[in-house]
Design a binder for this molecule. Structure first.
Ligand code: DGT
Ligand code: CA
Ligand code: CA
Ligand code: ZN
Length: 590
């Protein structure tokens, strides 16, 4: 049983307990599920090495959860979990990701209408049984229907950042097979799209080695279809196979000869539209481009086309008369034209961030202390972070009021002093993620906001305003001279929540006018999205790339925010937290 399977069961236990309104326990299970799903080491290995004691050393795991995990590892079952499922036999997985279907609602739907899965629910909606249920009505029926439609539209696409650790692990295991030169995921994974349909992995075999290429390819295919995480094998060929993993992700693997590596990488990276454009350029030159290489069709020598290039992508682009195009730009949004005239952006790099301007701590709903977050950020190579806990309107997160935020500043001063004494060059900034109220005013008074070194503002409520009112609301927040950044400006969450209705172009214009920074939130919000980022670049609006970390593990998300920025044609100068601290602070509104 791997970490994802354990996490899934712990999470379902939390939902079942929540249905029965058990106090505290649901949150405890939920937190452990989250921790387990993010652990880099397999729980199975932790247990093998250190037994029950080692399980209890996992953050949040007490004796009772440890026992359940032990039983899962030993028997593949948990009697406790099975008991809960028997009592309320709902296929929780069916409803995962449908906004507005909390555990209590699911329980009611089961008890009153016998709904166990998605099909039952759809039937009940169609026959009008939901709207007639006490406490529901037409409005809630509509909301549930919207949630189902959204789930279907996102149709099994995976959030890049959630799929990536597993993809990287598989790549590195391929690389460890004897005779393998390289293994790399192409497709939308390499283009760093926010969600991916499947992972397309290319494996290149070493040229000079004792085993034949065919034997090595066979070994790779055998290994692939027999990996422990494979749930289903769709196809197993000599150089090409496809499987579904237990976590639901589809993975294709192709073995490619080294001389075609660049051509195959280019072809399978896509996008399809970008490929077609490249092929047309080749044809205009009298050549032919496919996944094996760039060829000159020689009429006299009709048997075999003459190989021009294909070993690397760089030489392919060069031969086609193009500046090299980074994978994140290959979406047919003007990259070919820019490449022809040598005007591609000099993209912000994956190592360019110096700070992170949105961090939650255990003062509100984060898991770690200010100092722990600072140390984790330092390990990530950052030089500064802003502590931006939620504010009082967000009561479920224990949001800060004026009194508590002032207290928090004392702790920040203390942490900064401690770091300085140790000779560490790192700065913790005083910040806030202040709620924007319905009318566009702020949840904290200006007297506090003006003392924050970084004041972020965000919408966490009243998502259903009209487009005009929502736009005015956020514009009003931007016009506040104390508001530096608008966090997650459109409110969406990948595979979970649509953005609220808002005129983003107008927000970008107003950001320019008021010198407000717009955030690229690197968590599963991926907000701003790439096309809006591109608009900011066009208008000269500055952005920040923030993790929105709620624990020390979440700094890893920054990578996906950078990817998103690159897909929006961002250069280092566009991102304020890619700048040194002094320059960044000087840029903000006074
Ligand atoms: P996804 O998986 O939906 O997130 O998107 P991709 O881009 O990874 O698409 P996928 O997995 O269907 O195919 C991987 C790449 O293979 C794609 O980006 C370009 C290339 N490819 C696939 N089918 C075609 C095709 O019919 N023509 C061309 N030119 N390229 C193709
Ligand atoms: Ca793909
Ligand atoms: Ca594919
Ligand atoms: Zn937020």
């Amino acid at each position: 049983m791997d970490n994802q399977e354990i996490a899934k069961i712990l999470n379902e236990i939390s939902i079942y307990l929540d249905m029965d309104a058990v106090p505290f326990k649901p949150r405890a299970y939920e937190k452990v599920a989250e921790t387990v799903s993010e652990l880099s080491e397999e729980v199975k290995d932790i247990y093998t090495k250190g037994g029950l004691k080692a399980l209890e050393a996992i953050p949040g795991v007490g004796a009772s959860i440890a026992e359940k995990v032990e039983e899962l590892l030993k028997t593949g079952h948990s009697r406790y979990y099975d008991g809960l499922r028997k009592k309320t036999p709902i296929r929780l997985g069916d409803f995962q990701g449908i906004e507005g279907l909390g555990s209590k609602t699911l329980k009611t739907l089961y008890e009153k209408l016998g709904i166990r899965g998605l099909r039952d629910l759809e039937k009940a909606i169609a026959s009008g049984r939901i709207r007639n249920l006490k406490g529901f009505g037409v409005k809630s029926e509509e909301n549930i229907l919207k949630g189902i439609e959204f789930l279907k539209k996102s149709g099994g696409r995976f959030i890049l950042g959630l799929a990536m650790p597993k993809i990287r692990e598989i790549e590195s295991r391929f690389r460890a097979i004897k005779g393998v030169e390289k293994a790399v995921a192409a497709g939308s994974v390499r283009r760093r799209k926010e969600t991916i349909g499947d992972a397309d992995i290319l494996v290149i075999i070493k040229e000079n080695q004792p085993a034949s290429a065919k034997a090595t390819a066979g070994k790779i295919m055998d290994y692939f279809v027999n990996m422990p995480e494979v749930a289903r094998v769709f196809a197993r060929g000599e150089t090409k196979s496809a499987v579904k993993l237990k976590n639901g992700l589809d993975v294709d693997v192709r073995v490619v000869p080294a001389e075609s590596y660049g051509a195959a990488l280019n072809y399978f990276t896509g996008s399809k539209e970008h490929n077609i454009a490249l092929r047309e350029i080749a044809i205009k030159k009298g050549w032919k481009l496919n996944e094996y290489g760039l060829f000159k069709s020689d009429k006299r020598q009709a048997i075999r086309d003459k190989f021009i290039a294909g070993r690397t992508e760089e030489e392919l682009y060069e031969k086609l008369g193009l500046q090299y195009i980074e994978p994140e730009l290959r979406e047919m949004t003007g990259e070919i034209e820019a490449s022809i005239v040598g005007k591609l952006p000099n993209l912000v790099g994956y190592d360019d961030l110096k700070g992170d301007l949105q961090i939650q701590t255990n003062w509100t709903d984060g898991a770690n202390s200010i100092e722990e977050m600072a140390r984790a950020a330092m390990e990530r190579g950052l030089e500064y972070i802003a502590i931006t806990d939620h504010t009082k309107r967000l009561t479920i997160t224990n949001g800060l009021d004026e009194k508590r935020i002032k207290k928090q500043w004392q702790e920040i001063d203390e942490v900064n002093r401690k770091l300085k004494v140790k000779g560490l060059k790192f700065k913790v900034l005083k910040g806030t993620e202040c709620d924007i109220l319905k009318d566009g005013t702020m949840d904290l008074p200006d007297s506090i906001l003006s003392k924050c070194e970084i004041a972020g503002a965000s919408v966490h409520s009243v998502f259903n305003l009209s487009r005009k009112d929502q736009t005015e609301r956020i514009k009003r927040a931007m016009s506040n001279p104390n508001v530096d950044i608008i966090f997650h400006p459109t409110g969406r969450i990948l595979n979970k929540r649509e953005p609220y209705d808002v005129d983003v172009e107008e927000l970008v214009r107003h950001a320019k006018k008021t010198k407000t920074v717009l955030e690229i939130n690197a968590s599963d919000r991926a907000d701003l999205k790439d096309e809006y980022i591109r608009k900011c670049v066009g208008q000269g609006v500055k952005m920040s790339i923030d993790s929105d970390a709620h624990s020390i593990f979440h700094f890893e998300w920054l990578e996906y925010g950078i990817a998103q920025a690159r897909r929006g044609w961002v250069e280092r100068g566009d991102i304020i937290n890619a700048w040194p601290l002094e320059k960044m602070l000087k840029f903000l509104k006074d």
